[in-house]
Design a protein around this ligand. Structure first.
Ligand code: SF4
Length: 273
């Protein structure tokens, strides 16, 4: 049997942890063997690429707006129906930003054993010694359920990591979990953001689970395929696993819950392989 191990100094992210949680084999193929994707995520390919490019362009427009570029100039980049609608929705939305210090597109990193946990934030908005808002822009075409998003690894990594590392943004003082709120703002559903406050009990649970998961992965030498073949539907490594070589449809791809699968994070510490 071939034994595998993580590269030294590996940086975990919500994406890699999500991959492991969905399927240990996918984690192995993507992050240990670093294999190219032999199958496209979804069909048609051009439609998928268009969506990704629009999402990236929209994030860049918001980033540039937050650093002060004029609305009129940026509006010229809203040159597709989706971008135009998202941009209009963003401009009409009153985000809680005045009086806050903005940290745009920042990356925070914490050591976990011999590894690192890393997250890149769209926006961390801080009112000194009072409140911290983590904003994340989503361009999903279907709004996910709140109970799905709060269990999503991104929500738990982003809030917990900010508690662990936030002193660098707060004059050397750590944030209390109770000061932190995570906001998913949906470009297609601008008046229905998902808002998730935090507390110390949640943080303790999250950090224990995250460090436990990283420790578990780092000690693995065998990464089995998921038994839930629904998770293979949108996986680009299908041909490596004899689980098909054609891609999922774009219709379903627009639904983030069907793309990423159902997550019950509380089960993570109990996973045995
Ligand atoms: S095709 Fe299925 S078993 Fe193979 S890596 Fe992807 S999710 Fe895992």
């Amino acid at each position: 049997m071939e034994y595998l191990s993580l590269p030294s100094g590996f940086s975990f992210s919500q994406s890699s942890l999500q991959d492991y949680y969905e399927c240990p084999r996918r984690f192995q193929l993507r992050y240990i063997q670093r294999l190219q994707w032999p199958a496209v995520d979804t069909e048609p390919v051009q439609e998928n690429e268009r969506r990704q490019q629009e999402g990236q362009a929209f994030h860049l427009m918001i980033q540039q707006r937050l650093i002060g570029l004029p609305v009129e100039k940026l509006g010229q980049n809203a040159n597709t129906p989706d971008l135009s609608r998202w941009w209009g929705n963003f401009l009409e939305t009153k985000l809680e930003l005045p009086g806050y210090n903005q940290h745009i597109e920042i990356t925070l990193v914490a050591p976990v054993g011999n590894y690192r946990l890393l997250a890149k934030y769209d926006l961390v908005s801080i009112k000194s010694h009072e409140r911290v808002l983590i904003y994340d822009w989503k361009t999903y075409h279907k709004r996910p359920r709140d109970e799905w998003m709060i269990a999503h690894l991104q929500t738990r990594v982003y809030r917990a990591l900010l508690v662990q590392t936030g002193a660098c943004l707060n004059s050397g003082s750590l944030f209390l979990p109770e000061q932190i709120t995570m906001v998913y703002w949906y470009a297609n559903f601008p008046s229905e953001p998902a808002v998730f406050p935090y507390n110390t009990a949640q943080f303790n649970n999250d950090w224990e689970a995250l460090t436990g998961l990283i420790n578990e992965i780092s000690n693995h030498r065998h990464f089995p395929m998921t038994e839930d073949e629904k998770k293979c539907t949108y996986c680009p490594y299908r041909s490596y696993c004899n689980r098909g070589c054609t891609a999922g449809t774009q219709t379903n791809y627009a639904d983030p819950e069907s793309f990423l699968g159902e997550i019950t994070f509380e089960q993570i510490p109990e996973l045995e392989f």
